[in-house]
Ligand binder design. Structure first.
Ligand code: SF4
Length: 383
């Protein structure tokens, strides 16, 4: 497989922040592979801030693609045909010219193994007709391209224009026959920056090209706030938040702007599952207030897949994970199971994807009507 970016010395790898060295990491929408790190696009709200990787503005590889794929498929969290995979969604842009060969090397290696897992690729880069052909050659993986689009015109917040992502989305969605799917990943929506009526109607027009649309807010954590402050950027919120921020009034306006859309989703996994005609792999159907905008055919799919696990099922699923030894099942309802005893979020995502059912941590309760959302901009509602 080609190595288009340089491999660092062991010494250089040892100096990386601990979380950056973890090239396989479970995130909510899937098991994420990140052996290429560094990006030149410079979006101010980039998740790289939270991994101590902001200063890495040129991509470099921590290992070869073959080693990375081996690490992924042999990881204790990886289940063939089940675990959703995300490629390069944490530390680089998968279609930067120097990263692109690695993206294809990973996809082709996984596809050769005849794996049918979901693969999510999030991009805002320019794609070319050759990308249609290359992706169409994949036979087994369920590939979804998610085009990040915000139309934030503030160049210091988002130096790389959203227009590029819009063009790529149109190009990649145009072929009548294609084996991959496309999603307009409309984010981050930030009050005052990109939520005018014109912004909303432009997003709606663009959504007509995509197989589905997801809208989400901004991760506004401490490291990102510091960056905004240090660079004199306008701060959209007074407080930071563990979850993404989508204020209530903005959500209402988005739903109005998309009232004639047949495929608008609040959750990434819902849209990804929908475009492949499958029930949501995160089991969000248990949280019915998320489903009120979902197409009827999709609701039916999710209803038929919804099965509330027993405590035994949950312990059985967790039994393969040493880090889940102290797991306690605190509660089980139709909405979700609540657990305690997990030190990190990663095993919780493993359980959620294994069971296809929501698994919540007792320490981070979800509130009715704002599942997975930060409290900022929402009136008090009971849990
Ligand atoms: S029915 Fe609910 S859980 Fe299923 S895809 Fe739609 S919004 Fe998601």
């Amino acid at each position: 497989m080609p190595v288009a970016v340089p491999l660092p010395t062991e010494d250089q790898i040892d100096r990386l922040p601990e979380r950056a060295r973890e090239v396989v990491e479970y995130r909510k929408s899937g098991l994420s592979l990140n052996h290429i790190q560094g990006c030149s696009l410079g979006c101010a709200y980039c998740i790289r801030h939270t991994y101590g990787l902001w200063d890495e503005n040129q991509p470099r590889a921590l290992m070869s693609d073959a080693q990375a794929v081996d690490k992924l498929v042999n990881h204790r969290y990886f289940q063939p045909h089940v675990t959703p995979i995300q490629v390069f969604n944490r530390a680089t842009e998968p279609f930067l010219p120097r990263v692109r060969p690695h993206t294809y090397a990973v996809l082709e290696e996984l596809d050769e193994r005849e794996l049918t897992n979901h693969v999510l690729i999030i991009t805002r880069h320019q794609l070319k007709p050759d990308d249609v052909d290359r992706l169409n050659q994949l036979r087994h993986l369920k590939v979804t391209l998610l085009f990040t689009y915000s139309r934030i015109d503030h160049k210091e917040i988002e130096p790389y224009p959203s227009e590029v992502a819009a063009k790529s989305l149109k190009l990649m969605s145009a072929p009548l026959r294609r084996s991959y799917r496309t999603i307009l990943y409309w984010r981050p929506l930030v009050p005052g920056l990109n939520d005018s009526d014109q912004h909303l109607s432009a997003a709606y027009e663009l959504s007509k090209h995509a197989d589905a649309t997801v809208f989400t807010g901004l991760f506004y954590r401490d490291q990102i706030t510091e960056y905004y402050k240090a660079n004199g950027l306008p701060e959209p919120y007074e407080n930071t938040a563990r979850r993404k921020v989508v204020p209530e009034t903005l959500e209402r306006r988005v739903l109005e702007a998309f009232s004639t859309s047949a495929a608008l989703f609040r959750k990434t996994s819902c849209a990804v599952s929908y475009v492949h005609n499958l029930p949501d792999y995160n089991g969000h159907y248990g949280i019915p207030e998320l489903c009120d905008i979902c197409p009827l055919s999709q609701l039916e799919l999710c209803v038929s897949a919804h099965r509330v696990p027993t405590a035994e099922d949950i312990h059985w699923a967790a039994s393969v994970l040493p880090e889940a030894d102290a797991l306690q099942v605190v509660d089980i309802s139709k909405r979700a199971t609540v657990v305690s005893g997990l030190a990190t979020e990663q095993p919780r995502y493993f359980l959620q994807h294994t069971l296809g059912f929501q698994v919540h941590d007792e320490r981070h309760p979800h509130h009715v009507n704002r599942h997975g959302r930060a409290d900022i901009g929402w009136k008090e509602t009971s849990a």
